[in-house]
Every structure is written in structure tokens, then in C-alpha cells.
Design a protein around this ligand. Sequence first.
Ligand code: DGT
Ligand code: CA
Ligand code: CA
Ligand code: ZN
Length: 577
Amino acid sequence: MGDVGGLAEAFEALAELSEIKGEVRFKVNAYHRAAEMVRSHGNELLEIDDVKGLRKYPGIGEGIAKKILEYKETGSISKLEELKEEVPVELISLLQVPNLGPKRAKLVYDELGVRTVDELQEAAEEHRLADLPGLGPKAEQNILEGIRQKKTISGRLLLSQAHHIQQEIIELMQVRIPGLDISPAGSLRRMKETIGDIDILVSSTQAQAVMEQFTTLPLVDKVLLRGDTKSSIVTRDGLQVDMRVVLPKEYGAALQYFTGSQSHNVRVREIAKKDGKKINEYGVFRVADDRRLAGETEEQVYRALGMACPPPEIRENRGEVEAALRGELPVLIEHADILGDLHVHSEASDGTASLEELRESAERLGYRYLAVTDHAANLRVAGGLDRDRLVSQIEAIRKMNEAGDSTVTLLAGTELNIDNDGGLDYEEDILAMLDVVVVSVHGGFKQDRERITHRIVAAMHDPHVKIVAHPTGRLIGQRPPYDLDLRAVMREARETGTALELNAFPDRLDLNDENLMEAREHGVRIAIGTDAHRLEHLAFMSYGVATARRGWLGRGDVLNTLHTEQLLEWLWKGRER
Ligand code: DGT
Ligand code: CA
Ligand code: CA
Ligand code: ZN
């Protein structure tokens, strides 16, 4: 029973509820550490059947070990269920607000009688939080931002989650109706980072049969609407899926309409109107005599308006309509252009795969190189490598490459933590041995704009540092970006020849699409890395490529489209090899 994510969450909840109950600090911390451990080693832990085996892991004592076994057997932890009974449910819901924390949640609950997130927002907007002991205007502002951040994603799924469900639906429909002409539409086709609902379009003359199959799929929890050509269902994960069936001669027009975005469509309709034409989900028509000009394919629809067909990812009314009218759409990067992954963790730090496994996976993906970038020792939560272990990893990598029996070159790298003053983890002599030095911020998120910008800029001035990973630090739906002067970072990146990362991990996608458009204008190189901690994570590259496309990036903007030799040249520029 029980999965890793659920177990980690259970320990986090235990930590928070114990803190509210006023448990001693070490106990609260032990739960936090246990959650951390589960996140990094969960699958291993869930395979162990006895307390003794579990206790071999750092931070796991007898109490935690028993709870892991209990969760494994029953899918829950009785201690947590007890705490949930004792702590008021309203208080538990307040714990979901980012930047609030259990202590303050209890404080606003007790002192201000705040019971809901909306009440908390009201209190913060009326500056009633700032006067509470231990809180101030800054904390109040953070809490307010936390609430707003949460609200912008609430009810939406990450692209990766929605993408899986959509794939499953499309595949099942094609099994049920062989040869079915079916396509994603809406925000999923545009590969937006979060998805409100899934839109799917079908071209068929047998609408009834399609609706019948769709509304009886095994993943359907509820049918919201069952029409002749449109149905809406809710999946077991609580996600709404709309499916529409249109005639083949209208398929292109419907795809265009339902792909959106809405603001793109508004702009396209303006263009049509100026030209004496009308566009809707059935086709493009000449207003004067209602003559039908296009509808079967999207290309024809756009062409009828004098435009080239913009790739779905950039249909956000950010200049693509004008570019399409001029016939100057950007040539976007494609997945096949990617020749390797530049941010990957192995079992040496908090990943699970060996160097050999990583190399095999890279071969299967058709890559030419893969950078192993484990954490350094001072990032303790992540089981980082000390100097000696890093040196032996470098040696192991060199040896594997020299054997010459693989199409993939492993690059020796590291992900260094930028400390609170901009310092890095290793000595210069060891950085000089590495092919790829990636740096990133893992703490001090609340520092002010000047300080945090300075930290990153200082790190970029080190000639060994070549990539700044997840530059803004945001976690979609969980943590806003830290206060960073991204423009200053981009200028400095350009000056120092440092690449900024597009981290492809689904809840990061950092830099985001808008940041990337700006980076491109600044002439900054972008390195797409998955930050894989398990072999399956290497596949996140596709979300990275999609986001790069949304940021208008072409092949030439992206570092890991370079061939091995060119890449190595770039990585070793300005330092001795
Ligand atoms: P979402 O679901 O919030 O992630 O975002 P979308 O873009 O998928 O939005 P959705 O599902 O409401 O509608 C799908 C597309 O259909 C949308 O991108 C554009 C088109 N559409 C829907 N309603 C309207 C509308 O009232 N006017 C126009 N022009 N287009 C619409
Ligand atoms: Ca949608
Ligand atoms: Ca929809
Ligand atoms: Zn990483």
C-alpha cells in the first residue's frame, strides 16, 4: 500500500501538526527530516520490512521506522490521524497557505479568530497581521503573496499531470475507434505550465459513437454533460475533460478556435475583420457573400487571413500574430535538436541511478552527452559529495569515456550551492577539473533583491561557473520566485558567457516562458536540464523543450544543441583544460 509522495506528505503533516500542538522542537525536526529522507530515498525505504533495516538510514530512529512500516501496511499513520482529530480542521486548512507556517497559523487562529484562507487574506490586506508578536509588515506581505500564488494555481494541474491523462484518453479512444482523428486543443496543446481543463477535438462524421465511447472510458468519474457533439467528464483525479466532435471540413477551424489562447483568437478575429472576413469554429468566411474560404486544416485557415501558421506553443498574443502576417515566424527548437542533458543527479548524491545506468538511458534517448551534476557536500539534505568522493567520481567518468564503447560522453560536473554571500562549495583546484560547473540557490530565499541578485552575479564571475540552475527558484503552486533582478542577471550572463538554465522538472520550469523571451532578446544562452533524480525523470526534457518553444527559442539559443566538441570548447572557454 502507500506511495512515496503520500508518505513524505504524511511526515510533513506530522511535523506541522506537532508544532501546532507545541511538541518539542527536536521531534518536529525529526518529522521534517523523515519527510526529506522519504523524498530522496522513498522507494528504497518502502522495500524494507523491518525496523532494524530502516534504522540504518540517517535520521530514522525507532519511532519513524515504525511509522514507515505502519504506513506501508495500512496506507496511513495512526499518530497522524489522532493529531488530525485534535487540531481543528480550519487550522489544518490554513496550513496550506505558503509562507504562513504552523506557529503563525495557530497565532492568527487564536488571536484574530481567522478560520479560512479568505479571512486570512482579508486580515492581511487590512494589515491586522503586522501587529501580532513575531510578525511584521514584511511577513504580512509574504503571507499575502503566498495566498495569491496559491490562488493562481488552485484548481489547475501541472502540465505533466494533465499531459499523462490526455495521452491516456487519446490512446484509449484510438483503441476503441481505430484510426480516429483526434487532437489535443486548449492550453495543453499550447503546452502551458499549468492546465485548467483538458480540451480534445475529434474529426468524425460519427459523433454519436465518439461521444458514447468517451463518456464510458474507465477513467471517467462523472459525466457533466453528454451532448450530440460535445461532452464533458470529470476524471478520477478530479480533472475536467471536454471533447468536441466536428466534421472533417471544419476540423482546422475548430482546432484553431479551441487551441486558443483566447487573446490570440481575439487578435486573429481583428485581422479577419479588417480584411472583410469572419472567422469562427466552423471556418473562415467572406463577409460580403458568406463564401467559405477555409476550414479543413489550420494552415488553410491562417493562410486565408494572409498569415503563416504559428506553432501552438506561441499562440499567446505576444507578437506572433504580427510575425505571422509578415511571414517571419521564428523557427523554434525541436526535441530532436537536443543532444544531451546538462543537469542530472546520480546515486552518489540524492539521485537513484548509477553512472552506467545514466549512460545507458542517454544512449537510448539518442543523446551524445550527459552531465552528471551531483550536489556538493555542504548541501547536507541532499547527501552531497565531499572532495574525495567527487575526485573519485571524476576519475570513474574519465575511465568510462576512455573505454570508448559508448556513443555517449559523460561530462563530469557538479551542482554547487551558492551560499548566503555568493560563495561556492569547493576549492578552485577541484572546479578546474570539472567539465560543467552548475550553480544554484538553495536557501536564503527571503533575502532582499539586491543581496540575492548580488549572490548570483558574484557566482557567475567565477570563470569555472558555466550554468546558473533554476535561476528564479520558483516552485509552481508552492513557492514564488525569490526577489531577483533577473535583467541584471541576464546582462551579467551575457557579459561573463554564463548560460541560464531552463530547468525542465515539471514543478519548476524555471526560467519560464516569459523569462525566456527576455533572455533571448538579451542574447543569453539557455541550458535545458531535467534535474533528473531518477532515470524516468530524464523524459522531462520534453517539458523543457515545450517551454523553450513557448519562449520563442530556436536551436541556436540553446546550449545543449551543440555537438560534443563544440560544447566542450564552450564549457572550457576562459579556463585551462
Ligand atoms: P485552461 O483550460 O484554463 O488551461 O485554458 P484554455 O486556453 O484551454 O481555455 P479553455 O479550456 O477555457 O478554452 C479552450 C480554448 O477555446 C481557448 O484557449 C480559446 C477557446 N475559447 C473558449 N472560450 C472562448 C471564448 O469565449 N472566446 C474565444 N475567443 N475563445 C474561446
Ligand atoms: Ca482547457
Ligand atoms: Ca475547456
Ligand atoms: Zn539539481
